[in-house]
Design a protein around this ligand. Structure first.
Ligand SMILES: Nc1ncnc2c1ncn2[C@@H]1O[C@H](COP(=O)(O)OP(=O)(O)OP(=O)(O)O)[C@@H](O)[C@H]1O
Ligand SMILES: [Mg+2]
Length: 248
């Protein structure tokens, strides 16, 4: 694996918000095929790190490459192409509440469609078979024509996963994608992301270390914006987790 070029490479990367240093001096290289869990207490910097990796935020220090390119330096068309290869679920889900579920799932395909085709799809939803299949995989086949705002938090989280599946990204960056799910569904969704044939690399933040150990190959622990743990998931023990979660 070390011979292949990395999907993610951070070198001395940091992110400030005003005078607050949310991430500091991160060195992180992730290769295709890895499933990386990002753990840490609330405020440790997980969402900030994942926002760097999905291209929605730039580091203020150091360097970052995704698929060998620095997103911030790319001209808009090449940046869009790069963005298509990255599937993202944010903590806020970014669903449009007032429309039916089918449209939110189809939003995962917008990057491949012309504006005209995307607008037409709002009236006559396209690719219904693809959308149906994705919703079936997250156990929401019944919700195709439901209004999104009527769904529960966990159901909305699964709509965001279905949107990601239809995008067919190579890299998935998912920020607490199972936080509202019961334990069985949470394990099911992580299993789905981990075994999806189109997703080669996964970076997922979690608040449940047991899920990280079961579904990921590697655990990265953040504490006050720094990486304090980076180890194969199978080698992470309770002492590591106690250290990580002990409040300073
Ligand atoms: N846009 C912002 N402006 C100012 N400070 C921010 C911003 N985003 C994050 N921060 C700060 O950066 C730190 C890390 O935040 P982040 O959201 O990355 O934590 P987290 O590990 O995802 O926490 P949680 O588990 O609660 O989601 C926090 O102290 C937060 O207040
Ligand atoms: Mg967060």
């Amino acid at each position: 694996m070390s011979g292949s070029s990395p999907v993610i490479r951070l070198l001395g990367a940091g992110r400030r918000f005003g005078s607050h240093e949310a991430l500091c001096d991160l060195d992180l290289t992730v290769h295709a095929g890895e499933r990386v869990a990002v753990l840490g207490t609330s405020g440790a910097g997980k969402s900030t790190l994942l926002a760097l990796l999905n291209g929605s935020l730039e580091p203020t220090t150091g360097s970052m490459e995704i698929f060998g390119e620095n997103p911030a330096r790319l001209p808009a068309p090449r940046r869009r192409l790069l963005q298509r290869r990255i599937g993202s679920v944010s903590q806020e889900l970014a669903l449009i509440e007032q429309v039916r579920v089918v449209h939110n799932v189809n939003a995962g395909r917008l990057g491949r469609w012309s504006t005209a085709r995307a607008l037409a799809s709002l009236v006559w939803p396209r690719s219904l078979d693809v959308v149906r299949d994705a919703l079936d995989r997250v156990d929401l086949g019944w919700a195709l024509h439901e209004r999104t705002e009527r769904l529960s938090g966990g159901e909305r989280q699964r709509v965001a996963i279905a949107r990601l599946l239809v995008q067919e990204p190579e890299l998935v960056v998912a920020d607490e994608p199972v936080s509202s799910l019961d334990p069985v569904r949470a394990a099911g969704i992580l299993g789905l992301l981990g075994t999806s044939p189109t997703v080669s690399t996964l970076v997922v933040s979690l608040h449940q270390p047991a899920l990280a150990r079961e579904h990921c190959t590697r655990v990265v622990g953040l504490r006050q914006g720094r990486i304090v743990l980076d180890r194969p998931a199978a080698d992470v023990d309770d002492a590591d987790l106690n250290d990580l979660y002990t409040l300073a």
